[in-house]
Write a protein that binds this ligand. Structure first.
Ligand code: SF4
Length: 175
């Protein structure tokens, strides 16, 4: 997949601005940049895939979506989830049975890249926090990665969640 020089410059600009604001500890500025970058990226992805046939989507999830106290090993396969309803992993199992998607939990960038290489999807949909999603989308360019930020109700990296409605809306739009 070939990238566009101008788009690459825009990605670099957002990426550097985000980490600069993080270094300066400017939370609001950092959040604004992440939101703008995600909007720019997602619009670009949707434009790119318009009129293209999408047969397979890889959904990449962060491990922190799983209930912290759950002992089941979903990093090797989300099929190990018993759908008890205490976190959204069970919802993704349901989504997997309804749409032509692969759902993988990536504990880091290396694993995420491996899942993309193994799955060879037409499109990636990634859920992550602002920091991980900004760097993940930047690093993956020109691969089409549609992003959705996870929600952090308590402390970061523990018991996070994501809007299943947003995920479903996106999947309904492309299939
Ligand atoms: S839905 Fe329940 S069983 Fe599945 S991962 Fe979450 S806590 Fe564990």
């Amino acid at each position: 997949m070939k990238g566009n020089f101008f788009t690459k410059i825009v990605y670099e600009f957002y990426y550097l601005s985000f980490f600069l604001s993080e270094r300066k500890k400017k939370q609001k500025e950092k959040s604004n940049i992440a939101n703008k970058f995600l909007k720019y990226n997602n619009e670009r992805v949707l434009k790119n895939i318009k009129d293209k046939e999408i047969n397979k989507v890889l959904i990449l999830l962060p491990h922190c979506l799983q209930k912290y106290s759950c002992p089941l090993k979903i990093t090797s396969s989300i099929e190990n989830c018993k759908k008890c309803g205490q976190c959204v992993i069970g919802d993704f199992l349901k989504i997997k049975s309804e749409f032509p998607v692969e759902v993988k939990v990536a504990t880091g960038g290396t694993l995420a890249r491996k899942h993309i290489k193994d799955t060879r999807p037409d499109l990636v949909m990634a859920v992550a926090c602002k920091r991980d999603l900004v760097s993940g989308i930047h690093d993956a360019y020109p691969v089409n990665v549609y992003g959705i930020f996870n929600e952090i109700p308590n402390e970061p990296c523990i018991d996070t969640t994501v809007s299943i409605q947003k995920v479903r809306e996106f999947l309904k739009e492309i299939f």
